[in-house]
Structure formats: structure tokens, C-alpha cells
Write a protein that binds this ligand. Structure first.
Ligand code: 5GP
Ligand code: MN
Length: 340
């Protein structure tokens, strides 16, 4: 923490970035820290490779997040938020990693501890919670806007305070955030309140697609590009649908397979893509479990990562082959406790 604070004070132009296909935590943590650094006079740019899902449009200054970076030359430091490895930043990862000081702030158990210094705490409920601690450590003031961004990160990453990362500390941070002016009802209204008709139809298709593995322990949902086109939706409209597959009785691992667009941007232009997404990857796979079943292990075996109960990866494998590989891996790996 001290090293990070020192590096921030010593930097003039700072680039902040979070993972592609951002969720509420990736956006909340990015905006909260960006707004704070601006308030203390730093020149900053907030970068995310992907479009921001519409449900987060209510967040302050969300339209200042840019997906275009011409050059990384002006920046003397980069702060990478909510990324288990630097490739998660997306197509600019290579360039960004050349910035002289890289600060890694994250809560994924699979974090590779990349960068000059890191604040990585797998016990933290959200990267936004780590931003809260960092601002306090710097003696900063948390405005209502900053608090709203942090709260959004915590709300979404804890699945509305339902997942196992919800701790006593989580509520104590949220109590402080309310003292800074956060209105939980308003945030929830924006994040969960209104869905397009297309999103509801997509949910229907996702539910229709549920298949149970022969051993009865895994549930698979599959979403194709055709389904997105038919319903006029985007990948982020599938946020949270995997939780239906997870809730099914006796299911140990829920899997959501989402077909990627042809020629989606690759992490690397040089053809090496051992850990990031490659342009010829066909599917993004999300994995969810409950309790001790560690799906981060499965994701890592496929070159991805995440948390014990929520992880993901992208792959070139075909659909049938992919389902078989995941089922087999879950069955064979006794450490996953799937038999219990
Ligand atoms: P989701 O299934 O919602 O995309 O992601 C679940 C968790 O796994 C998130 O914490 C996310 O950051 C992580 N994750 C998802 N996809 C990937 C991936 O391709 N690589 C890595 N390292 N982590 C991923
Ligand atoms: Mn997160």
C-alpha cells in the first residue's frame, strides 16, 4: 500500500485501465479511483477496451472512459484494476505494459502479481473495496460520486450481498459509503431495475438452452450470436443469467458458453495468446460453483482465471468437445470436491 501511495504521489500522468467486457466492479473501481485522482490534481485517462454496458450509464463521468488509446508515451504510471493478469486489459495490454510504473489492484485468487507493485487481496469482496482502502490510506475525501462508483462495484461483485465474498467488512464499508451519500435504492434501480424486451427474450433462450451433464452435476447454458441478433441484444445482456443454471438442485458447477463474434479483437497482435483472448477464439466460458468447489482451477487449465466460485476463459474448442472436456475435468479432479 505504502509503495503504491508513493508511486501515485510521484506520478503526473496516470493511465487507469480495467478488464475488457467490464462488469460493475471493473467500471466502478476504474471511475472511483479516476475521479479521486482527478480531485487531487493528477492528469489521468480512464481506459477500457470494450463498450460500457448501458445499465452503468448512470455512473458519474462514465462517458469519459475511453476505448481509444493512441499512444502510451505521456504516462509515467498505469493502474490496472480488477485484472488477474495484464492481458485482461485487452488489445492494448502489450503497449500499456511498457509504461514505466505498473500498479496492480485486484482481488482475483489467480492474480499473477504482475507489475511494479500490487495490492492484491483475494479476501476483498471487490476491487472497488480496495480502491476505498487506498483512498482512505491517501487521506482522501470520498465524494458522493466516488462512493456511488465504489458501492456499485461491491453490489455487483457480491451478487447483491449474496455470494460468499460478502463479509462483515463488506457491510462496514457500505455503511461508510452511505455516510458519504450513496443511495442504495437508486443504484439498485439503475443496475437491476429496467431490462429491454430483448434482454428478457434472451433470458428465455438461455433457459431453453439448459442441458444437464450425464453425471447430473453440471449444467450448461449456450448463447449464440444468432440469439443476440434475433433479440437485438449484446453480450452484457447475458449478465447474471448463469445464476439460474447454478441454482438448479444438485448442480455443482454451472457453465455458460457464449459464442464470440467473428474477428473479435485479440489481446495480442503478435499471435501469442497463451493467457489473453485470441481473435480465433470461438467461445467465452463462464463457470460458477458453490462452497469449496474451485472453478478457478478449471478456468486456469484452459488459460483463464477468476475466483474460487466464479471464473472464466476463452477457447477455440468446438461446443461438444468443450462440454466433454469440462465434464471430464470436473469429474477427474477430486480436489474440486464434486463428488461430495
Ligand atoms: P465472468 O464469468 O462473469 O465473465 O467472469 C467471472 C470471473 O472470472 C471474473 O472475476 C472474471 O474477471 C474472471 N474471468 C472471466 N473470463 C476470464 C478470462 O478469460 N481470463 C481470466 N484470467 N479471468 C477471467
Ligand atoms: Mn471484481
Amino acid at each position: 500500500m505504502e509503495q503504491i501511495v508513493r508511486n501515485i504521489w510521484n506520478s503526473h500522468q496516470i493511465l487507469l485501465a480495467s478488464h475488457e467486457n467490464p462488469d460493475g466492479d471493473a467500471i466502478g473501481a476504474l471511475l472511483a479511483l479516476g475521479l479521486f485522482l482527478e480531485s487531487i490534481g493528477k492528469k489521468i485517462i480512464m481506459y477500457n477496451a470494450s463498450p460500457i454496458p448501458a445499465v452503468y450509464n448512470f455512473l458519474p463521468c462514465v462517458d469519459t472512459i475511453t476505448s481509444k488509446l493512441n499512444s502510451v508515451k505521456p504516462y509515467d504510471a498505469a493502474i490496472i484494476l480488477d485484472c488477474g493478469n495484464i492481458d485482461r486489459v485487452g488489445e492494448m495490454a502489450d503497449k500499456i505494459s511498457r509504461i514505466p510504473v505498473i500498479i496492480n489492484i485486484d482481488h482475483h485468487i489467480t492474480n499473477t502479481l504482475f507489475g511494479t507493485c500490487h495490492l492484491v487481496d483475494p479476501e476483498a469482496c471487490a476491487s472497488a473495496a480496495l480502491v476505498f482502502h487506498l483512498i482512505n490510506e491517501m487521506g482522501g475525501k470520498i465524494s458522493k460520486d466516488i462512493a456511488t462508483c465504489i458501492y456499485t462495484g461491491i453490489l455487483t461483485d457480491t451478487g447483491s450481498f449474496r455470494f460468499s465474498n460478502t463479509k462483515k467488512r463488506t457491510f462496514s464499508i457500505c455503511e461508510d459509503l452511505m455516510s458519504c451519500g450513496v443511495e442504495p435504492f437508486e443504484v439498485a434501480r439503475h443496475v437491476y431495475g429496467t431490462y429491454s424486451l430483448g434482454r428478457i427474450k434472451l433470458l428465455n433462450m438461455a433457459l431453453e438452452s439448459i442441458e444437464i451433464s450425464p453425471n447430473g452435476k453440471l449444467s450448461f447454458m449456450t448463447l449464440t450470436q444468432k440469439m443476440l441478433k434475433e433479440t437485438g441484444t449484446h453480450p452484457e445482456d447475458a449478465d447474471g443469467v448463469i445464476n439460474y443454471a447454478r441454482r438448479i438442485e444438485d448442480i455443482k458447477i454451472a457453465v455458460l458458453i457464449q459464442e464470440l463474434e467473428d474477428n473479435h479483437p485479440a489481446t495480442y497482435s503478435n499471435g501469442s495468446c497463451s493467457t489473453g483472448s485470441c481473435s480465433d477464439d470461438k467461445y467465452h466460458v463462464s463457470l460458477r460453483s458453490n462452497g469449496k468447489i474451485d472453478v478457478a482451477k478449471i478456468a486456469m487449465a484452459f488459460g483463464g482465471g477468476g475466483h474460487i466460485n466464479a471464473s472464466g476463459f476463452t477457447t477455440k474448442a468446438g461446443l461438444g468437445e468443450l462440454k466433454n472436456m469440462i465434464t471430464e475435468m470436473a469429474d477427474k479432479n477430486s480436489e474440486l470436491c464434486i463428488a461430495n
